[in-house]
Design a protein around this ligand. Structure first.
Ligand code: SAH
Ligand code: SF4
Ligand code: F3S
Length: 478
């Protein structure tokens, strides 16, 4: 099948070279750690796309002979897979890297490695190079498949390794994966972003939009379903432009229909759907396909047309509302969530109120809300930003109070209804927790054995963000 493979795929020779490095690392580690295998601590910040990268990084480390640990203090290798989306995310990483110094002093052979979006920015890598001299390895988002080579160089030369090669991006298939969960799986369908929203750093640190081949995605999902995975999360910064250069039979709605046709009891989720490229066809596909969760994450960012234009979002309030109207008409039970930025440079209070009225109109299930954070290199970084942080904080509180009211009204209507829930974990003794199709958390008494399966749960006590319920009918009894 024709795909972007030729342009973005990493060559088999390059991958083979990494397999050879992995073999070398395994040999070196076996001689340095003759009694117990070395331990690696990996922590991922940021979005699910980064989590999916983290699962590949862990896969490669295990392949090289490391075992994973969740105790940083006992690790022989620490890897932070970082996020750059907001300043706060970066500050946390600097803080956590600072805290590693004591472990490195106690155990000088420990390898400290940093990767991910934050490292893909030159000014960050320079700061690490100069101010965090005990960090051994820094690499960017385009070279994660070279981890074996990097580790080999760290182990054998003792020199610091920095590789933040800039690139339009690549696609690497076939890396080993160590998945975090046994029933929820992250499946990237595309990487990068071409949208250049004025506030956002992602296109700079993740390269151009590129789609995995239709067959590679379908094969991965088929395998996951066979292995017992119950929730498939299809990931991309803008899934609606998946394979947009190819004919319709390979685009996102077609991919959803193909995955929906895979035999087995599982649900399909996807994110993120950019309103600019969201079509009625996508909504029809959701309505038609039984396995697709009736949840649409459609980040609006602002309800005001001037702000949306300045943000470079390429849709207006009217288009957004028409999508929402159509979606509710097709799926009255649909749960809609969104991302909102408060205090984009130049936004006035009057304009912000348009966001509030949109929230009232859409009746979101929940929102991810952020105060604008200036990111170096983006267009908005240099825009005049006269509103104080304090004032933005007040707007933010107004917004969260409104969303709390809207969410409370929504959940109140769920009382006595029965939902099919994927049981995820035991919250406390005998209390299980899972999510409805609409992505609302529900807690109910039940046995641990139900974790990882679907159960029917009746809502007894709806709270604003969490539903309390009781088992209605467990899987075995259906
Ligand atoms: N690709 C997705 C968003 C990915 S980033 C989309 O376009 O919808 C996740 C969210 O972080 C964004 O939706 C936005 O609300 C928020 N965000 C991104 N950059 C930000 C910034 N500089 N300041 C504050 N919030 C930001
Ligand atoms: Fe960022 Fe916009 Fe791309 Fe989303 S679509 S990742 S907000 S540039
Ligand atoms: Fe953060 Fe990079 Fe994701 S900046 S949100 S980890 S794409």
């Amino acid at each position: 099948m024709d795909n972007n493979k030729s342009k973005f795929s990493v060559s088999p020779e390059q991958l083979k070279k990494q397999t050879e490095y992995a073999d070398l690392v395994r040999t070196v580690l076996a001689s340095r750690f003759p009694i117990e295998p070395p331990k690696a601590f990996v922590h991922t910040y940021g979005c699910q796309g980064n989590v999916a990268d983290g699962e590949r990084l862990k896969g490669m480390l295990c392949d090289m002979g490391y075992v994973l640990t969740d105790k940083v203090e006992e690790a022989d290798l620490v890897l932070y897979n970082t996020c750059a989306i907001r300043e706060h995310a970066q500050d946390r990483v600097y803080g956590n890297v600072g805290a590693l110094k004591q472990y490195k002093t106690a155990k000088p052979d420990m390898i400290i490695a940093l990767c991910g979006c934050m490292m893909q920015q030159g000014y960050v890598a320079e700061r690490i190079r100069n101010s965090f001299r005990y960090v051994d390895l820094v690499f960017g988002t385009h070279v994660i498949y070279k981890l074996p080579e990097f580790i080999y160089r760290c182990l054998c030369t003792g020199k610091r390794v920095f590789d933040i090669t800039d690139s339009d991006g690549n696609i690497v298939e076939g890396l080993p994966i160590k998945r975090d969960g046994a029933f929820k799986a992250w499946v990237p369908i595309m990487y990068g972003c071409n949208n250049f929203c004025a506030y956002c750093v992602v296109p700079y640190v993740r390269g151009r939009e590129r789609s995995r081949s239709f067959d590679d995605v379908v094969n991965e999902v088929e395998l996951l379903v066979k292995q017992g995975y119950k929730e498939i999360n299809l990931l991309g910064q803008n899934v609606n432009s998946y394979n947009k250069d190819l004919s319709e039979e390979y685009r996102f709605p077609a991919l959803l229909r193909r995955i929906n046709a895979i035999d087995g009891d599982f649900i399909i989720r996807f994110m993120t759907s950019h309103p600019r490229d969201c079509t009625k066809e996508l909504i029809d596909t959701m309505a038609d396909c039984k396995k697709i969760a009736k949840h649409l994450h459609l980040p609006v960012q602002s309800g005001n047309d001037r702000v949306l234009k300045e943000m470079n979002r390429h849709y207006d309030r009217e288009k957004y509302i028409s999508l929402i109207d159509y979606a509710y008409q097709k799926m009255p039970e649909l749960s809609i969530t969104s991302d909102i930025i408060v205090g984009f440079p130049g936004e006035t209070y009057e304009e912000f109120k348009d966001t509030l009225s949109l929230i009232e109109y859409v009746k979101y299930t929940s929102l991810f809300t952020f105060i604008f954070s200036p990111r170096p290199g983006t267009k908005a970084y240099d825009m005049p930003d006269p509103v104080s942080r304090k004032e933005k904080g007040e707007w933010f509180s107004q917004l969260t109070a409104l969303q709390e009211k809207v969410a409370g009204e929504r959940t109140a209507k769920m009382k006595d209804c029965v939902y099919r829930v994927l049981v995820e974990e035991e919250k406390s003794d005998g209390i299980l927790s899972g999510r409805t199709e609409g992505n609302v958390i529900i807690e109910f008494p039940g046995k641990k054995e139900l974790i990882g399966s679907f159960a029917y749960v009746k809502v007894t006590e709806p709270k604003t963000w969490i539903l309390k319920g009781e088992l209605y009918e467990s899987n075995e009894r259906i």
